[in-house]
Design a protein around this ligand. Structure first.
Ligand code: HEC
Length: 199
């Protein structure tokens, strides 16, 4: 059974139709949706930077990523966001649980406890007839991020100009490769089936 679920999830990550999404467990849905977002960003970012430059790739982060998130939310029946301890867009600010996870991961990394982007954290809560799964996946700084989130010498003048205009309160800069830029945060809610024993 476990094996079958893993096979289904892999199919979805690779882009097969998510028709079976409703049959998947919340954990598998969250993992598949996060994997798919990371894949979509990876696929489009490098070619866009090569073709349009850093400044010309801005819409990818401002429009395309949110559009992909909306479409994944619909396909998988969950909510998904990107957040960070130092946000560029104040609308991406972390809630209490997200802040705690970010601080924990940041502390681990600064304390020399390395982890990869594949690390995931789950938390489950129940309230009334609803069960909530929260899932968090680290988003690390890579070479494809430095032109927009890096240290000042890595950010081209045109990007600095766009950022100053669009994000006057921008805190999402000054990062080096390998640092924790933020997390993908996913919430999956499901009704607890009638008659299921709960504590
Ligand atoms: C072309 C510029 C550009 C590049 C390249 C870029 N970003 Fe961003 N990023 C942005 C912008 C603009 C936003 C704000 C989007 C919004 O308004 O929600 C953002 C937002 C984010 C956020 C959400 C939290 C926040 O600060 O608001 C995360 C996390 C993030 N980026 C990670 C990355 C990572 C990791 C990479 C590299 C793989 C990357 N970005 C590459 C421009 C960029």
């Amino acid at each position: 059974m476990k094996k079958r679920i893993i096979v289904l999830a892999t199919g979805i990550i690779l882009g097969a139709t998510p028709l079976l999404a409703t049959e998947l467990t919340p954990e598998v849905k969250a993992t598949a949706a996060a994997g798919r977002l990371a894949l979509e960003i990876r696929k489009s970012l490098t070619p866009s930077i090569q073709k349009n430059g850093w400044g010309g790739s801005m819409d990818l982060c401002v429009k395309d990523v949110p559009a992909t998130i909306t479409s994944l939310e619909k396909s998988f029946g969950l909510t998904m966001r990107r957040t960070s301890l130092k946000v560029r867009n104040p609308a991406n600010s972390p809630d209490g649980a997200e802040k705690a996870v970010l601080e924990k991961l940041d502390g681990m990394l600064k304390g020399g406890e390395p982890f990869s982007q594949e690390v995931t954290l789950f938390s489950r809560t129940e309230s009334g007839k609803e069960r909530t799964l929260r899932y968090y996946k680290p988003v690390m700084m890579q070479s494809t991020c430095v032109g927009c989130h890096g240290t000042p010498e890595n950010i081209p003048a045109d990007v600095k100009k766009i950022l100053a205009t669009r994000y006057p309160k921008d805190k999402g800069v000054g990062y080096k490769e390998g640092e924790l830029r933020g997390i993908i945060s996913i919430t999956v809610k499901e009704k607890i089936p009638e008659g299921e024993v709960t504590k």
